[in-house]
Design a protein around this ligand. Structure first.
Ligand code: ARG
Length: 257
């Protein structure tokens, strides 16, 4: 065996070893530990974001409420959106709550909870800019890496370029600087971000390009945790806490009808 091959097989063995050590926790293990480990992004307000150093948002409140309903403390991790489902299957945390749309592609990789809200995905542009599918012909649109709207944008006939960015704030900055013609993201997120940045007079929230059922996820095949978290979510959604939180963050109930 060449030295290169030896090094490769060693790497393979180490990878196997570390993934075996970090198997996703079962519900019995979580209960015994007393702490539920949740992960989100922290750059998708008002679902998950930061106020100074504090992780805040509807999904943060919802995750904490689910923990409470199940008698567990909640510990949060935040990391880039496109790494969240990978870490989930590596057992780094028990579940992810980061506005993932339920898609057939993702269902091959993880198991989704019941959706905790429904929303639109919209096109945003400066006044006079491209705010419809048809107007995106030959134009450059920015969207977050790893998101469900990317394949939808790429299918728009004649669209110029679909450029990926690490998060929505980076796209808003690029849009204002004229580096992209349009931005595509979750409707409530763009509405919130425009208001925060006081850009409602300059930017227009345009056409809806899709409707999404957004849900939390657990590692593929982690049935006991899926059942327990769905139980907790159901309690929160039926018991009035959900309606209260949704009203606080959005002024309406955003659950899927
Ligand atoms: N709903 C879209 C998706 O499933 C966007 C989610 C982005 N979430 C976030 N925390 N940045 O891909």
């Amino acid at each position: 065996m060449t030295r290169f091959k030896t090094a490769l097989s060693l790497l393979g063995a180490l990878t196997l070893l570390s993934s075996a050590q970090a198997a996703p926790r079962t519900w019995a293990q979580i209960k015994a530990s007393g702490t539920l480990r949740l992960a989100t992004e922290g750059a998708f307000p008002p679902f998950n974001g930061y106020q100074g150093k504090k992780l805040v948002g509807f999904e943060v409140d919802l995750g904490n409420a689910i923990g409470k309903a199940l008698g567990l403390k909640v510990e949060w991790t935040s990391q880039p959106f496109d790494t969240l489902l990978i870490g989930l299957n590596q057992g780094r945390y028990d579940a992810v709550l980061a506005s993932h749309a339920i898609t057939a592609e993702r269902q091959k990789a993880v198991d989704f909870l019941a959706p905790h809200y429904c929303s639109t995905v919209n096109i945003v542009a400066k006044k006079g800019g491209p705010t419809t599918r048809a107007a995106l012909r030959g134009k450059t649109v920015g969207s977050q890496i790893g998101t469900s709207q990317l394949p939808i944008l790429r299918q728009i006939p004649g669209i110029g370029e679909v450029r990926t960015y690490p998060n929505d704030q980076a796209i808003l900055t690029a849009l204002m600087a004229g580096r992209v013609d349009a931005w595509s993201s979750n409707g409530p997120v763009v509405a919130y971000m425009l208001k925060q940045a006081k850009l409602q007079d300059k930017l227009v929230i345009g056409e809806t390009i899709s409707n999404e059922r957004n849900a939390g996820a657990v590692a593929k095949g982690n049935k006991t945790v899926l059942a327990a978290l769905n139980g907790g979510l159901n309690k929160v959604m039926q018991g009035g806490t959900y309606a209260k939180l949704s009203d606080q963050w959005f002024g309406r109930d955003i659950r899927c009808k």
